[in-house]
Design a protein around this ligand. Structure first.
Ligand code: ADP
Length: 556
């Protein structure tokens, strides 16, 4: 028997229509590339998105065509989110932190037709313009007054504001098939070529509902949200969509992600909630600490993309009263998979025990299903101890990469298709998942796994440590042993002996790193994550001091 309810496709355009009608006067504040603060509202943004949809169509972009951006978080980028996807084309957010060769490769692979870019990326666009095969128009996201002089390197240089002004604001969002493609993001490609995750209107709207929930990212019309996570990194974790759905005020930081710029914006705009990777919060915390500042309106921040060190959580929560929400996801999951919210039974826990729960990546948001399996695909116990490869499925999880790149990514377990995340995790009896490693970062010592994340978290709790990465070093007896690579905080004199002693009592003796290497910088990738593959390359053949004296081994 068929139900008798309306059939209404889930479309991205419905989000901006909703925000325009019901939160029309709510502000969107952007720090522009030019340095000034710009203010608009959902009403204006919706109108300009319709104009832009006409302008994009006039550039020859048709249904399903890819439109690329190289842009920071700002209102023009948000207009593109709605104008491009809403009109049936596909928004492709390129990551400007990638090497130009990679940007060219990805733009060609995606067959991008038009490129919209912020002024700050002019040199990058000049470097790639003659090399990209399919881009036929280049649009600078600025007004006439700030347009660069005609560039011989870039044919067809257009001005964003001129396009918007010249276009009509009469545009009816098409009633698309909800399964049609809406946006495209490439994974950072730590192995092989980058691969594209192609989202649909349906997957995006469902992800938006789920991500806004109180035990997910917990967003409402009472919030002022500042997404630090870039709009070129998995759609800023969905915040440009969530903000429209709930009608939150949005504050965009543009390219200014240093501690002072962010803190000024938090305070001046009354920001209540933010989101970003751990590395960006380090700069903010250092600025706040050094200048003895506080957060007067910030209530919580989402931290994900890499494991959030408990020391960072403690600083935010105990010192500044900012609740940390640890979340896990990936490009292939749109990105949200789990969020770490506490249950009523955790209310009585002391700080250390509460932090131990919060250090986990959390429980699935409704819609996502997950399990851990062994090497044969057999499900493992949810006992918080047994670790295995994490598999996920759900309506916003990919089933195939763009153009079938890399073959069929799914695996069959218990008769159903799952996406293997490449993460190694435990799941406890309450359903809290904890990532212990990515499968390629795992350290395998004498046949047993050592969690590099646990080791990094302890090292990061040392007051003299700015950043810590734990990688495997070759060992003739144990195959691999943990090697800790550390950058010191300014003025810190922490040495090897002090740091290794810091592990005493905090970890099984045989998990203690065999050595510490102090470096000036730990390489970060295009999404702010530590590039352990680079460190492994730099330290290949590293001679552990424990090679001669099996002291650590004897402790097992
Ligand atoms: P890439 O896979 O190219 O690095 P993603 O941004 O999609 O790009 O990263 C997803 C991966 O990031 C996850 O598979 C996981 O390894 C890691 N990750 C994300 N969030 C967390 C977290 N909270 N804790 C630990 N690792 C995380």
């Amino acid at each position: 028997m068929n139900a008798l309810m309306m059939q209404q496709p889930l479309l991205i355009s419905s989000l901006i229509e909703h925000a325009e009608r019901h939160h029309g006067a709510t502000e969107i504040v952007s720090r522009r590339v030019e340095g000034d603060i710009h203010r608009t509202t959902y009403r204006e943004l919706a109108e300009r998105s319709r104009r832009l949809a006409n302008a994009v169509a006039a550039l020859g972009v048709g249904s399903g065509d890819r439109v690329a951006t190289l842009a920071w978080n700002g209102y023009r980028h948000m207009e593109l989110y709605y104008a491009v996807s809403g009109s049936g084309a596909v928004l492709h957010t390129l990551n400007p932190r990638l090497h130009p060769d990679q940007v060219v490769w990805i733009a060609d692979h995606a067959e991008d037709q038009v490129l919209f870019f912020d002024l700050s990326f002019l040199p990058l666009v000049e470097a790639i313009a003659s090399r990209v095969a399919t881009i036929k128009a280049f649009v600078v996201m600025t007004d006439r007054a700030h347009m660069p002089a005609a560039s011989s390197a870039i044919p067809n240089l257009l001005c964003y504001e001129e396009l918007v002004e010249a276009a009509s604001d009469r545009f009816t969002w098409p009633r698309l098939d909800e399964n049609s493609a809406s946006s495209l993001c490439y994974t950072s490609g730590t192995t092989g070529h980058p691969k594209g995750a192609l989202y649909s209107h349906r997957s995006t709207v469902l992800h938006t509902y789920a991500a806004a929930l109180p035990d997910s990212l917990n967003c409402s019309a009472r919030d002022v949200i500042l997404p630090v996570v870039p709009m070129f990194h998995v759609n800023a974790w969905g915040l440009p969509y969530i903000a429209c759905m709930v009608g939150a005020k949005l504050v965009f930081p543009g390219p200014f992600l240093d501690g002072k710029s962010l803190h000024d914006l938090f305070e001046n705009e009354g920001v209540t909630m933010s989101a970003g990777v751990p590395t960006v919060w380090q700069g903010l915390l250092a600025h706040v600490e050094a200048n003895q500042l506080q957060f007067s309106t910030m209530r919580r921040t989402v931290i994900g993309g890499s494991a959030c060190p408990p020391a960072m959580m403690r600083a935010f929560q105990a010192r500044y009263g900012v609740q940390v929400l640890h979340a896990w996801g990936m490009t292939e999951l749109s990105p949200l998979g789990t969020a770490c919210c506490l249950l009523p039974k955790h209310a009585q826990l002391d700080e250390a025990d509460r932090l131990a729960v919060q250090a986990k990546q959390g429980r699935v948001v409704f819609g996502v299903d997950m399990k851990i399996v062994d090497g044969d695909g057999q499900a493992l116990a949810h006992d918080g101890k047994t670790s295995g490869e994490l598999l996920v499925k759900g309506p916003w999880v990919i089933r195939s990469y763009f153009k079938g790149e890399g073959g069929d990514p799914l695996v069959i377990s218990d008769g159903e298709a799952w996406f293997p995340t490449g993460d190694v995790a435990t799941i406890d009896a309450d359903g809290y998942m904890q990532i212990t490693d990515r499968s390629k970062d795992v350290i395998k010592s004498g046949g047993e796994w050592i969690s590099s994340i646990d080791i990094e978290n302890i090292a990061m709790a040392h007051p003299g440590v700015a950043m810590a990465a734990c990688i495997a070093a070759a060992h003739p007896k144990w195959d691999e042993r943990p090697l800790l690579v550390v950058t010191r905080k300014p003025g810190s004199t922490v040495d090897r002996a002090e740091l290794l002693a810091f592990f005493d009592g905090k970890i099984a003796r045989w998990w203690t790193p065999d050595d510490v290497v102090f470096v000036d910088v730990i390489p970060l990738g295009a999404t702010g994550k530590m590039q352990k593959n680079k460190l492994r390359e730099q330290l290949v053949g590293y001679q552990l001091p424990t090679l001669q004296q099996p002291a650590t081994a004897a402790a097992r």
